[in-house]
Design a binder for this molecule. Structure first.
Ligand code: FE2
Length: 494
């Protein structure tokens, strides 16, 4: 018989949620939004101590807590809650997200993380996903032998959940790679032989194969809407339901098939299906639960990435228009920024920098002189040597660039590179005067590329330097102005 789990099923009983935030307007916003759904019973606390007392007095299915609170912090509260109940779901909220904080909260057992200001729909979506995950976990536990909780199973369960979490959230930005990873994970989690991910195009009502893993001519490559498998897929899409089919009710898909929707918000993105168990056993409810955990986590991750990409491209468009406004005044800057980016990327490749570093360099390279927007034309375009006073104004541009990017949390790393691109290895640079390894590595790379390009191009106040002389300058200034390792990497390129 087929096991089915609807994506939008109502909970059997109201879920209890505790909202903790010392800032009343945020707390009210969350409580009011949750109250609008008749599915939750919501309580609130204005600090960690009060929250802990409420948590000790009652069983809560989910806690939503701010991190920065006077007295007991959200992280301390998370610790205390998890001490009391290892399975308590806690969503953390913060206005100051850093990678360290996020990783630390997740390691301590937070199920999710939201950044202020957050979209209330996002919060409701995440609340629903985590409560639904808990319901399934509870149902599975109830299925264990004689109704007793099987600790080994629970521990396996938690490690599998953690594994899904870590694997998906470590994914690179490339969506194709993520789909490959999701398919490989699905096979591993349920010991399956064939996994396929098909994306659903609502416009032409067609599935498009994204990934097939485990078999070169999988059924999923050639299925038709009218086939038994096609009918299963259509049903999954229509009902937004995950299914396990184990009997011979669909001879095409026997002996065993799991099929789950990949959803973004309430829309179907596609479906993931796993066929055949390696040991010839049939898929069970636990396998279905694992696939559901995976597809939910993957859906959230894809949604975040899509959101990130759209925010990111908006920000980049804005920043590029800022650069254009500088370029309109000073044509040198445009070509210079592009050349500096190209040289920096080559050095970074030579130094085996990561893909993420390369992405940061692409942005920081293009934007490194964005602060020159505040430098008056009379100084920026001056054909003669600058006076000391004028030079001091020019020297502000890394700080101004850093200030321009400060509100953009997504570009924190790039902001630091831009701020430090005129620092020197010996600490005699500006604006911070930091030295050596204190200067971010990518800023040290950018500094070499920037200086080399400036030296080898004509400026209004001096002609371009011959290539060999510019190289001599870099070599002679190793360990004073420049990082020796970066200069050596650059020399290998020439
Ligand atoms: Fe600069």
């Amino acid at each position: 018989m087929a096991i089915k789990i609807p994506a939008e099923e109502k909970y059997k009983e109201k879920k209890k949620i505790l909202v903790v935030d010392d800032y009343l307007p945020t707390r009210r916003l969350i409580v009011d939004a949750l109250d609008q759904s008749s599915q939750y019973e919501v309580n609130e606390a204005e600090n960690g101590e009060e929250a802990l007392q409420l948590f000790n007095e009652d069983n809560y299915d989910l806690v939503i807590s701010d991190i920065m609170m006077p007295g007991m912090s959200g992280m301390d509260l998370l610790n205390r809650i998890r001490e009391k109940n290892l399975f308590a779901a806690v969503i953390m909220i913060t206005g100051n997200p850093t990678v360290d904080l996020t990783v630390s909260a997740i390691k301590k057992g937070a199920v999710d993380f939201l950044t202020k200001p957050f979209d209330i729909d996002d919060l409701l979506f995440k609340v629903d996903i985590h409560l639904r995950g808990k319901s399934l976990l509870a149902a599975d536990s109830a299925d264990t032998i004689s109704g007793h909780t099987n600790l080994q199973d629970q521990s396996d369960e938690l490690s599998k959940q953690g594994y899904i979490f870590d694997s998906i959230d470590d994914s690179p930005l490339d969506n194709d790679v993520i789909f490959e990873k999701i398919a490989a994970l699905a096979l591993k989690l349920v010991d399956g032989e064939v996994c396929s991910i098909l994306l659903f195009d609502e416009q032409d009502n067609e599935f498009h194969t994204k990934v097939v893993k485990g078999e070169s001519e999988g059924i999923t490559r050639n299925y038709k809407h009218s086939s038994a498998l096609g009918m299963v897929f259509n049903e999954v899409i229509e009902r937004k339901e995950a299914v396990v089919i184990n009997s011979n009710e669909h001879p095409d898909v026997s002996p065993s098939l799991i099929c789950a929707p990949l959803m973004i918000r309430n829309s179907i993105l596609g479906i993931l299906s796993v066929r055949k168990k390696k040991n010839r056993e049939i898929f069970n409810k636990k396998d279905l639960h694992h696939i559901l955990s995976l597809t939910k986590r993957a859906s959230l991750n894809l949604e975040n990435k899509i959101l990130y990409e759209s925010i990111y491209s908006n920000i980049m468009d804005t920043l590029k228009s800022l650069i254009s406004s500088i370029q309109a005044r000073d044509h040198y800057t445009e070509a210079h920024c592009q050349r500096v980016t190209d040289i920096s990327l080559k050095i970074a490749t030579q130094m085996n920098c990561s893909t993420k570093d390369m992405e940061s360099l692409k942005i920081a390279g293009v934007l490194h002189d964005v602060g020159k927007i505040a430098v008056p034309d009379s100084i920026l375009l001056k054909p003669d040597k600058l006076t000391l006073e004028e030079f001091l104004i020019i020297k502000n541009h890394p700080t101004i660039g850093e200030n321009i990017l400060r509100p953009v949390i997504l570009l924190e790393k790039e902001r630091k590179i831009i701020q430090c691109h005129h620092e020197r290895w010996d600490g005699k640079g500006y604006p911070l005067g930091i030295a050596g390894m204190e200067i971010p590595c990518l800023a040290r790379i950018l500094a070499v590329a920037d200086s080399f390009d400036a030296m080898t191009n004509n400026r209004p106040y001096r002609p371009a330097m011959p290539l060999n002389k510019a190289i001599d300058e870099l070599v002679n200034n190793k360990n004073t102005q420049f990082d020796e390792e970066v200069v050596n990497a650059f020399l290998k390129l020439i």
